[in-house]
Design a binder for this molecule. Structure first.
Ligand SMILES: Cc1ncc(COP(=O)(O)OP(=O)(O)O)c(N)n1
Ligand SMILES: Cc1ncsc1CCOP(=O)(O)O
Ligand SMILES: [Mg+2]
Length: 545
């Protein structure tokens, strides 16, 4: 059965010159696979050079439109652009409040357009008048000038558009003043001629009622999304398109960090097309931004600058898995020596010991024994979580999750020579982890799983494909392992995406219950799904690094 197409509402102005406002919103939304309902706040009179007038639509008409749309096209996301007057502010604040009462999962995204890019002001509302609306908004997308005025810090850090501390203060002030949980301060207007960095600050566990992170103590994160600056005379409506792209990604269930990353990529891709148009047609007029649909190439994706990338910017690549062009194949993840001994004789390239809740003294013994056993069978053994013990006892590698990544000493792991695998859940984490050049990257959960709570982090096959396309187009691709809910029925579909490996727990350990076959037979069947040449073992691999 086909999935229902998500619906977003855009509540913004019409730009008769065709570049910005609802025109940009509709083009963007449709290109990204969502239905766009548009409630027009004002009919503007403008061209490439100037804004002549802003003709507000009455709130009675807007209210009738909202009411009739609620009957059969309720929104997943409401995107707000031009708000023409105080009456509209008050109506919008009420609309958002009411909508959230009846549909708590609706997300509101506000792009605070105060000034027209062609010059002139869209609205005369003061910050005090705007406050009731800001208090209802979930996601805010100001540029640095707008952020300064919203934070009531207009004279603040005037020469420091690109200064992270300055934007961080602005974002936090806006968060505390209005309770907005996700803020991206766009750097498109900064003075940096080489790059454009957007500053992102957001609370975790907020939108979609989903978990952004398993670690409940971590409440907010911040990072920069940096891209090469692209100048174009065809960028009218780029800001509107950015906020609508974000809305489309939220409507499709993406977490905040992934939606921010995808929206930045969408803009870089569009600007790159706009640059080509600009070169062909010259500067005849300030032309419309070129919406290009789903960002499809790694070159459009931003560089993620976060705590981890700064801390490890000089770290060399981790040792490779020495696959000599072959794939890893089946990657069983087991929790005891019992399973290790049962599966090692089956001729595996890789296996993981994932032990939870064992006393330290017993754990060390188990790891020592596991390392010895795996060496005997010439199988790559990864230890989950316990990187110090993995180094101490010479395991082939260690697997680290996102929560443990902050505390693990990656320099010590790299210098010890053991390999590193990192868990990722979406494009933000994948891009961020890829920069650390680990031995492999895991992505999951591909499907729902009962082995681990992965609420809000189910990727699906489409997302797996998208993430795989974020690897560089050269031979330095880091191998990718897919994990989560993969079983005999679903394995083929996953393998066909091009992943180097599928990691499974219950497809093996519960094979008897689920399929009435032995775990050994489940291993053989899962191995058989890989084309046979991929299953040829790589000789002498454990000795070299
Ligand atoms: C191959 C592989 N991928 C992902 C995981 C999950 O690791 P992590 O996020 O650290 O979660 P826990 O396994 O520790 O619960 C994995 N173990 N292996
Ligand atoms: C450890 C882990 N990490 C992401 S999903 C998952 C569980 C995989 O187990 P299963 O193969 O039984 O779904
Ligand atoms: Mg872990």
């Amino acid at each position: 059965m086909n999935k229902k197409k998500p619906i977003i509402w855009t509540i913004s102005g019409s730009d008769c010159s065709g570049g910005a406002g609802v025109a940009a919103d509709i083009k963007t939304g449709h290109g990204l696979g969502v239905e766009v309902c548009h409630l027009i706040t004002a009919n503007t009179v403008q061209n490439s050079h100037r804004l002549l007038s802003v003709n507000a639509i009455s709130v009675e008409i807007l209210q009738q439109q909202a009411a009739i749309l609620l009957e059969d096209k309720p929104p997943s996301v409401i995107k707000i652009g031009l708000v023409a007057n105080v009456a509209q502010v008050q109506w919008l604040a009420q609309l958002l409040k009411h909508t959230k009462q009846v549909m708590p999962n609706v997300i509101s995204v506000y792009d605070p357009v105060g000034q027209a890019s062609v010059g002139g002001s869209f609205s005369t509302t003061t910050l005090e008048q705007l406050t009731p609306l800001l208090q209802q908004v979930d996601v805010l997308t100001p540029n640095s000038m707008e952020a300064k005025s919203l934070a009531r810090l207009a004279d603040f850090c005037d020469k420091s558009d690109a200064n992270e501390t300055a934007v961080e203060i602005l974002a936090k002030k806006i968060h505390y003043d209005f309770g907005i949980t996700s803020i991206i301060i766009k750097g498109g207007h900064s003075r940096d001629e080489q790059s454009s960095s957007d500053y992102c600050y957001h609370q975790l566990n907020q939108l979609h009622g989903k978990q952004d992170n398993q670690d409940k103590t971590l409440t907010a994160i911040s990072y920069q999304l940096s891209a090469q600056r692209i100048e174009s005379h065809y960028s009218h409506g780029g800001g509107c398109s950015f906020a609508t792209a974000l809305s489309a990604f939220f409507a499709q269930g993406y977490l905040v960090r992934d939606a921010f990353t995808l929206a930045k990529a969408f803009i870089s891709q569009g600007l790159s097309a706009s640059e080509r148009v600009s070169e062909s047609f010259g500067h005849q007029y300030y032309g419309a931004f070129e919406q290009q649909g789903w960002p499809w190439h790694t070159k459009f994706f931003p560089k993620i600058v976060d705590e981890l990338s700064v801390k490890y910017q000089d770290l060399s690549a981790f040792n490779s898995l020495n696959l000599a062009g072959k794939k890893l194949g089946l990657y069983p993840v087991i929790d005891s020596l019992y399973w290790l001994k049962r599966l090692l004789p089956l001729g595996l390239e890789i296996i993981q010991l994932r032990v939870k809740n064992l006393a330290e003294s017993e754990l060390e013994h188990v790891i020592i024994e596991a390392v010895a056993q795996a060496k005997e069978f010439d199988t790559r053994l990864f230890i989950n979580d316990y990187w110090q013990l993995a180094i101490k006892h010479g395991a082939y590698g260690v697997h680290i999750g996102q929560e443990d990544l902050q505390d693990a000493d990656l320099t010590a792991i790299q210098q010890s020579g053991i390999r590193l695998g990192i868990s990722t859940h979406g494009c933000y984490e994948f891009l961020s982890a890829q920069r650390l050049q680990p031995s492999y990257l895991a992505i999951g959960a591909i499907f729902p799983t009962k082995t681990k709570d992965m609420t809000g982090q189910i990727q699906g096959i489409d997302n797996l494909r998208q993430v795989l396309s974020l690897r560089p187009d050269n031979k330095h691709k880091i191998p990718v392992v897919a994990i989560g809910g993969i079983n005999l029925e679903r394995a083929r579909e996953v393998i066909e995406t091009g992943v180097e490996s599928i990691a499974v727990v219950t497809a093996i350990t519960e094979a008897e219950c689920s399929h009435g076959i032995s775990p050994e037979l489940a291993v053989t069947r899962l191995q058989d799904i890989y084309p046979s040449h991929l299953n040829m073992r790589v000789s002498g691999r454990l000795g070299d690094s």
